[in-house]
Design a protein around this ligand. Structure first.
Ligand code: HEC
Ligand code: HEC
Ligand code: HEC
Ligand code: HEC
Ligand code: HEC
Ligand code: HEC
Ligand code: HEC
Ligand code: HEC
Ligand code: HEC
Length: 424
């Protein structure tokens, strides 16, 4: 097979040698450099030898003016296989898996070189990669671990924000899932393979995929892309606080922090919210069969009492706000002017949000304060709506009375006219 291909390659070379100095670019689709022997010849091959040359036209390295030889070495101007792919010219062939990070790092860790292309380009990927679980595993000889090309692809590497890149937020779960959802591949490590499935049910994936909110976290926002963990957090479980700042501030000072921790391993927010299957929180987390609090706090203890007080407060405020909202809508439907009360209602809703936040202090007084403020607004706006509805009734009564008056007057006039029309 190899021989056949080599023969074919030689035939291609011969054909080129005979061609009357036609520019190579005119004869092959993928040749972008006039003297790039690598792309010219490989475009004419087939299978895995041709594929790189076909893919390479969309590669970010092509756009930067680089070519096959910049990664694989060799002489891009020699049209014969022996000359172009000669070891003497630094040809390395297909790099070994273990050598790939260093190969990419040859340029990507060289600030002088990289900043000629883009002044702000980071040059720490290899250095960080070496500290990651993937990098350490690869260095220890485990070829299952992800290398640069498993996350970035090879020969059609795109800028990381390109919608078709495997590193785009919409594509990252699938990129990681190629290994992490593969039970056979991950078996020897004894770690779960449900991360992608669980993540796909989360509020975060919903925000990214349905609302187009790319600020919500994908796998690498929490785990880091190159490094072992994202910068500035002492553990993955502490990462929630980098976005949900106010929640973390309260939690840090709460009774639970020293118990759940935030240190190595699982802990912190994930004790109650999980890490991958984070769903829209409700008061069902506080009381009922699915309550999380009762897994640690037995009925009658301070913790359990606090949980039911939180649930009562939040449910009560939520119900009061809904009633008030419905009454305001009714008044608005009848054309009554309630816009200032509707604006005020928003403050009540704000109190509900603040109460849910305050819950993270696990201090009943702090939650009660927000709930009471919200209840007062709910009561006030509901009363205003009811007042408006009473006014509407009063106006209707007035309208009915004046309509009656008008009818009587019209009838009177009609009778007078009839009387006048009668022949004297
Ligand atoms: C005239 C045709 C021709 C030219 C020019 C050519 N190649 Fe090849 N290349 C081949 C053929 C044929 C093979 C398969 C031969 C083999 O496996 O021994 C191959 C194999 C390869 C391989 C795979 C080697 C492996 O270990 O599996 C790489 C990588 C490669 N070429 C890169 C390059 C680069 C880079 C250049 C330019 C510097 C280049 N080629 C120039 C024909 C060519
Ligand atoms: C950015 C660096 C880079 C560039 C540029 C590059 N390659 Fe590669 N190439 C690699 C790496 C890394 C591998 C090994 C991939 C792997 O192990 O999965 C590879 C593998 C290959 C293979 C072996 C494929 C196989 O499946 O066995 C061939 C052939 C090849 N490259 C040819 C080319 C040709 C031709 C070009 C130019 C059109 C090119 N490469 C440009 C990095 C590069
Ligand atoms: C586990 C997957 C993964 C591995 C392994 C990986 N990367 Fe990345 N890389 C990413 C993701 C995801 C991004 C985009 C992050 C973002 O959007 O901010 C990225 C971004 C980049 C960027 C753009 C600049 C930057 O730093 O944000 C470069 C360059 C890069 N990677 C090169 C490399 C190199 C070189 C290696 C190997 C040493 C490597 N990557 C290994 C996932 C990976
Ligand atoms: C010969 C030098 C060189 C080598 C080797 C190299 N790159 Fe690059 N790479 C570049 C240059 C130059 C750019 C374009 C920089 C730019 O425009 O931001 C680039 C861009 C990228 C980007 C896009 C970065 C972004 O900001 O979106 C990624 C991803 C990338 N390379 C990954 C790799 C991977 C993976 C390898 C190894 C298989 C590799 N590179 C090998 C020089 C190189
Ligand atoms: C080529 C396969 C492959 C790809 C792709 C891959 N990983 Fe991994 N990953 C592994 C292997 C193998 C391990 C080692 C498992 C172990 O030791 O527990 C690992 C380990 C990890 C760990 C540490 C697990 C632990 O034991 O605590 C995390 C976190 C991780 N990967 C996240 C990611 C993320 C996020 C992505 C996508 C951006 C990704 N991986 C892409 C193969 C891969
Ligand atoms: C909101 C943050 C967050 C997101 C998003 C996230 N993870 Fe995790 N992940 C965690 C936390 C926290 C842990 C547990 C802490 C630890 O063990 O270090 C974890 C653990 C893991 C582990 C170790 C094995 C396990 O299940 O305990 C792997 C592998 C992993 N995540 C992969 C992924 C992949 C793949 C994605 C994307 C589909 C992803 N994670 C998305 C926070 C996140
Ligand atoms: C990169 C930033 C980021 C990180 C890290 C992050 N989140 Fe989020 N989270 C968001 C965004 C953005 C939303 C908003 C989704 C929406 O508006 O629908 C969200 C929504 C939520 C929600 C739903 C409630 C709501 O307000 O819609 C919960 C609960 C949540 N996150 C918990 C967590 C936990 C627990 C962690 C850590 C394991 C975490 N988040 C990590 C950005 C982040
Ligand atoms: C002891 C359990 C527990 C811990 C620990 C915890 N939470 Fe919560 N969290 C809850 C409960 C219960 C709710 C639901 C309140 C409701 O809506 O009824 C909630 C609600 C939320 C919401 C939604 C607020 C809204 O307006 O809908 C976010 C966001 C959130 N938590 C983030 C976090 C973050 C970030 C951390 C860590 C810093 C954390 N939580 C730690 C129990 C917890
Ligand atoms: C993983 C176990 C665990 C979970 C889940 C948990 N707690 Fe706790 N909590 C503790 C421990 C341990 C303490 C400290 C010892 C104690 O007072 O019981 C504590 C203390 C408290 C306290 C202070 C009690 C006091 O004596 O002053 C309150 C209030 C509290 N928790 C509320 C909650 C609420 C509400 C939830 C559910 C949203 C919850 N906890 C979920 C373990 C947990």
């Amino acid at each position: 097979m190899r021989r056949l291909t080599l023969l074919f390659a030689l035939a291609v070379t011969a054909a080129f040698a005979q061609a009357p100095k036609a520019p190579a670019a005119a004869t092959t689709q993928a040749a972008h450099l006039p003297d790039d022997a690598c792309t010219t010849c490989h475009s004419a091959l087939d299978g895995p030898l041709q594929k790189p040359a076909q893919l390479f036209k969309d590669d970010v390295h092509t756009t930067a003016g680089l070519s096959c030889a910049d990664c694989h070495g060799g002489d891009r101007t020699a049209m014969d296989p022996e000359g172009s792919m000669s070891k003497a010219k630094g040809f390395i062939g297909k790099p070994k898996r273990a050598d790939i990070p260093a190969l990419c790092g040859k340029c990507h860790s060289d600030p002088g070189f990289m900043r000629r292309f883009r002044p702000q380009q980071r040059v720490d990927q290899l250095e960080l990669y070496k500290t990651s679980v993937h990098g350490k595993k690869l260095a220890s000889g485990d070829m299952n671990a992800a290398t640069c090309v498993d996350c970035h692809s090879v020969h059609d590497i795109r800028t990381v924000k390109d919608a078709n890149a495997p590193t785009h937020p919409l594509n990252i779960p699938a990129t990681c899932g190629r290994c992490h959802s593969d039970a056979a591949k991950m078996k020897q490590y004894g770690i779960p393979t449900n991360q992608v499935d669980e993540y796909h049910t989360s509020v975060h994936w919903n925000a990214i995929s349905k609302k187009g909110d790319l600020s919500a976290p994908n796998c690498v926002s929490c785990h880091g892309n190159h490094g072992a963990k994202p910068p500035d957090v002492e553990s993955v479980s502490a990462v929630c606080g980098s976005c949900h700042v106010l929640f973390a501030q309260l939690y840090e000072k709460s009774v639970h922090q020293p118990i759940f921790g935030g240190g190595a391993g699982k802990g912190g927010c994930t004790v109650c919210h999980s890490n991958h299957a984070i769903h829209q929180p409700t008061t069902a987390m506080l009381t009922g069969d699915k309550a999380i609090c009762s897994t640690c706090h037995e009925a009658g203890t301070a913790g359990a009492n606090a949980a039911s007080e939180f649930a009562k407060g939040l449910n009560g405020l939520d119900a009061a706000l809904k009633q008030s909202e419905a009454t305001l809508k009714q008044a608005e439907y009848y054309g009554m002017e309630v816009s200032s009360s509707q604006l005020e209602w928003n403050d009540g809703h704000e109190s509900l949000i603040k109460a849910r936040l305050a819950l993270h202090s696990f201090d009943t007084a702090k939650v009660k304060k927000e709930v009471d403020a919200g209840l007062a607004i709910a009561a006030k706006t509901k009363a205003a709506a009811e007042q408006a509805l009473l006014e509407k009734d009063a106006r209707r009564k007035g309208l009915a009375i004046s309509a009656l008056f008008i009818a009587i007057t019209v009838a009177g006039i009609w009778m007078v006219i009839k009387k006048m029309e009668r022949p004297a």
